[in-house]
Design a protein around this ligand. Sequence first.
Ligand SMILES: NC(=O)c1ccc[n+]([C@@H]2O[C@H](COP(=O)([O-])OP(=O)(O)OC[C@H]3O[C@@H](n4cnc5c(N)ncnc54)[C@H](OP(=O)(O)O)[C@@H]3O)[C@@H](O)[C@H]2O)c1
Length: 376
Amino acid sequence: MMSNFPCFPAPNLPAKTILPNDSVASLRKAAKLSFPAGTWPTFNMNPPHVAIVGATGAVGEEMRRCLEQRDFPVGKLTLLASARSVGKRFPFRGEDLAVQELTHESFAGVDLALFSAGGSISLEFGPSAAAAGAVVIDNSSAFRMDPDVPLVVPEINPQAVKNRPRGIIANPNCTTIISLMALAPLHEAFGLEAVIASSYQAVSGSGAQGILELEEQVKAITAGLPFTPKVYPRQIAFNVIPQVDAFLDNGYTKEEMKMLHEGRKILGLPTLKVSCTCVRVPVYRSHSVSITARFARPVDADAARAAYAGKPGIKVVDDPATRLFPVPLDTTGQDTCLVGRIRRNIVLENALDLWVVGDQVRKGAALNAVQIAEIL
Ligand SMILES: NC(=O)c1ccc[n+]([C@@H]2O[C@H](COP(=O)([O-])OP(=O)(O)OC[C@H]3O[C@@H](n4cnc5c(N)ncnc54)[C@H](OP(=O)(O)O)[C@@H]3O)[C@@H](O)[C@H]2O)c1
């Protein structure tokens, strides 16, 4: 289904935008890991047995692609999903692998378990996988705020992977990852203090069901037929919905509060202030975030653009004179997040406005998980 996305790479952008310095070696160096790339001390030097939990889902399928595309050394790959998917088959490096039903016994001999089947599955089966000896990298929100579980974006806090007492590492929320890819280099240069953001989140962020809902509504509306929203609280086709996830007592949604709590943990900034409004938009794939960020030190647009030089995983696409700015179609299927519309904010002191876009299935989930595995 993912390969059917309308995805037209923007002119002037290379088809694949992995930066030269976005390499396993540079991330390992940043993590201060002394062993060279290509060795696997965690896995006793053997190519690991990898399991993907949720292998039939939007993120699980992308994980399989990432492992293949990045030449991750896989000794054996086990695909796990619900009983509904038993019998489905997926290609991996020339082999045709059958999906197996997830059980507590699925993890015998597994070295690395990539979870993307939702929080309840992670809570139930993640500890079983860790107890069986696997390193668990979990895409759900189940363990993210557990003080004994590192929350890792390899370009930002790679060193955190080393301290994992529960054998579990959490992948941050997708909107948080994409926002922090733009904010971390600015924090390093100017000292981040506060963030006000609005997200424009693609329907694939709700998994395969979100894509189906948009497709079905577009078809129904253009054919003049009735329909009932199932995944989203309101019509998503030709509309935008200012609700992502459940509302909390303070009026924010859970998704909006993730940016605050996870941002603080990843950046190591317990006093960071964040206010976010998350909005679902009728885009197939790639989240966009409009950010106003206030810093401790003076900042301007040129200094901000310069702060991104040489930073892995983020590229400046910002030339108003030629109408060059990133849009979701530019990052769909890509590894690199793109940042543009960088300007000094005219309301607040020491503040910038910017616009960052990233593929939330890839950098916001599957790619980030595989990058974590690469620096273990
Ligand atoms: N989509 C994104 O952009 C994104 C980004 C970041 C994080 N995430 C997180 O990643 C996780 C997966 O999201 P997704 O978008 O890939 O969802 P999805 O497309 O709906 O896929 C869900 C996967 O979970 C499996 N699953 C469901 N119930 C199961 C059960 N009882 N036992 C075993 N497997 C079960 C499904 O298998 P069946 O096909 O057999 O039902 C499927 O493989 C979620 O925690 C989500 O929050 C998603």
